[in-house]
Design a binder for this molecule. Structure first.
Ligand SMILES: C[S@@+](CC[C@H](N)C(=O)[O-])C[C@H]1O[C@@H](n2cnc3c(N)ncnc32)[C@H](O)[C@@H]1O
Length: 271
């Protein structure tokens, strides 16, 4: 995508109060092309004019910038390693009556946040002097509404071990006679969902931040800003977990974190 074209769409977004310069240009182009195919427009200038005039089309394009593919215990091995190596450290360094605080940043429809709630509950369930809370946020309002509901299709849970499903979900049959699975209230109540941009978050003192499969859509500079934000939001020696295709290698912010388990993308805050 040429710089002129990118600038033309940046201006349209800026008029609506959004900054797309932090996204990777090829990602923006793929999203534009997709929307243009759907509404059968073949010229970028014409599409830019439509966006300026039709807020509804702008909203559709904006929602399409939020790729919200996700699943429960995505990359199971990462959760497994986190549970065996990092969780015990967090538990042993938490003082009595401390709340363990976790942030699922870019949580999409909530599967990551609920997976964390299930994992932590299992690990600290019997330690009655410890409690926890999970803040789960996403820029996309629709996915947050879905997440709050906590009801998922049979397909979403089919890969999960049966005991996890039995202990944490309630089987339902909806009005159309379709089987669904609802997260039980003990788990649901641990998670607070919020709509919001990671960069405008002002919560602090997290023990862990899971921000998986979000940075990949951003330019290096925006990635630096986000990772610096995480450094600020974590407790001393807190943990950051990225997606399998994401890395801090070669970034200026690399020195803010130590790669504790490089393969699993588990990092620890450096002071
Ligand atoms: C591919 S999903 C990843 C979901 C989950 N973390 C996972 O790994 O399965 C990326 C999510 O990040 C959200 N997102 C992207 N940029 C964001 C930002 N700046 N602030 C909050 N959420 C963001 C998108 O809306 C989308 O729901």
């Amino acid at each position: 995508m040429s710089t002129d074209l990118f600038d033309m769409f940046s201006k349209v977004f800026a008029d609506y109060g959004y900054d797309i310069k932090r996204f990777k240009a090829p990602f923006i182009k793929r999203r534009l092309d997709r929307r243009m195919r759907i509404i059968d427009v073949h010229d970028y200038t014409q599409y830019a004019a439509i966006l300026k005039e039709e807020r509804q089309e702008f909203e559709e394009l904006f929602a399409s910038l939020s790729i919200n593919v996700t699943n429960f215990f995505r990359d199971f091995m990462v959760y497994d390693r986190f549970k065996s190596s990092i969780l015990p450290r967090i538990i042993s360094s938490s003082h009595q009556h401390d709340k363990i605080r976790v942030w699922s940043a870019g949580c999409a429809s909530g599967e990551e946040a609920y997976s964390l709630a299930i994992m932590f509950t299992h690990a600290i369930g019997k330690l009655n002097n410890l409690s926890m809370e999970i803040i789960a946020s996403d820029i996309n309002k629709k996915t947050i509404e879905y997440a709050k509901n906590g009801i998922y299709s049979a397909k979403s849970v089919e890969q999960l071990p049966l005991p996890i499903v039995a202990q944490n979900f309630q089987k339902l049959t909806n009005a159309n006679n379709i089987v669904e699975y609802e997260i039980i209230s003990n788990i649901k109540n641990l998670v607070t969902f919020k709509v919001g941009d990671i960069l405008s978050n002002d919560m602090r003192c997290f023990d862990v931040i899971f921000c998986r499969n979000v940075l990949i859509y951003y330019e290096r500079e925006a990635q630096e800003l986000i990772v610096t934000k995480f450094h600020h939001c974590l407790k001393d020696s807190g943990y950051l977990v990225l997606g399998m295709d994401e890395t801090l290698l070669g970034r200026k912010c690399e020195k803010l974190f130590y790669p504790l388990m490089a393969r699993e993308r588990i990092y620890q805050k450096v002071l």
